[in-house]
Design a protein around this ligand. Structure first.
Ligand SMILES: Nc1ncnc2c1ncn2[C@@H]1O[C@H](COP(=O)(O)OP(=O)(O)OP(=O)(O)O)[C@@H](O)[C@H]1O
Ligand SMILES: [Mg+2]
Length: 245
């Protein structure tokens, strides 16, 4: 469903992504991990067509993202690292915004789509609230509702659980899992939260020094002897298992 072929991306002289190759099958959940500043968001933005790679090719359901960006983007829903809501619009208006622009529906039907998307993320009762009145987890859920309203075949999440408490993070993970199960949505999720990745992902892809140095199942990932991967795993375990003295 998603193919990334020999992708390179530089910002001026700085090469951020080097020869990335990745295949995501229909209905599969792939997590992209790696150190901060390692190029995870950049890769996701290339896939979504928000930025162009310097070299290489991206296909989404067979559509070339650079050659037919609008067509490709219609199949993709993106949930941003910062949720990126319009602060002057209510929850419902935020979700309606894309529906009005992208779907040719009568106003009553537009409302129905917005309502069912908000229902799915558990925010129907909060639909008249403004973003400033929402918690971080609620903001993320609005971002998810806005994306799924357009019925995408591919969902791209950038750090959906970052900055959330473990219980809220768990509910977001459940939502990611449900969307995949109920709608068979192909999913690429950028995360540095190992707990979350192990819950949602079929496969893990690990970026290091601009290269994808590992792709495999979570179990293979945990067993991988590569230094940078072991370091991440050890640190995650330490932070969970060792209480502050
Ligand atoms: N638009 C841009 N212009 C110039 N440099 C950029 C741009 N976007 C990203 N970069 C650089 O590319 C590198 C990778 O950034 P990116 O945001 O992809 O990292 P990341 O892995 O998502 O990090 P984090 O975990 O902190 O979100 C960084 O060094 C960043 O400064
Ligand atoms: Mg990022």
């Amino acid at each position: 469903m998603v193919t990334v072929r020999s992708l390179f991306k530089s910002f001026e002289a700085r090469e951020v992504l080097k020869n990335i190759n990745l295949e995501v099958a229909q209905g599969e959940v792939v997590a992209i991990m790696g150190s901060s500043g390692g190029g995870k968001t950049t890769l996701l933005r290339c896939i979504s067509g928000l930025i162009d790679p310097s070299k290489g090719e991206i296909l989404v359901d067979g559509i070339d993202v650079q050659k037919q960006p609008e067509e490709a983007r219609r199949h993709m829903g993106m949930v941003f690292q910062s949720a990126a809501l319009f602060d002057y619009m209510s929850v419902e208006e935020n979700v309606l915004f894309g529906i009005k622009r992208q779907l040719r529906l009568k106003p009553a039907e537009q409302m129905k789509v917005a309502e069912s998307s908000l229902e799915r993320v558990g925010l129907v009762d909060d639909r008249y609230k403004m973003p400033a009145e929402l918690s971080g987890g609620m903001r993320k859920r609005v971002g998810i509702a806005r994306a799924i309203a357009l019925n995408p075949r591919v969902m791209l999440y950038d750090e959906p659980t970052t900055g959330l408490d473990p219980i809220t993070a768990y509910t977001i993970d459940q939502l990611v899992i449900e969307l995949r199960k109920d709608l068979n949505v192909t999913t690429v999720v950028v995360s540095h939260d190992l707990n979350s990745v192990f819950r949602v992902a079929d496969r893990v892809a690990f970026l290091h020094g601009g290269e994808l140095i590992f792709t495999g199942t979570p179990a293979q990932f945990a067993a991988c002897q590569e230094e940078s991967i072991q370091e991440l795993i050890t640190k995650s375990q330490t932070s969970v298992l060792e209480p502050h003295a």
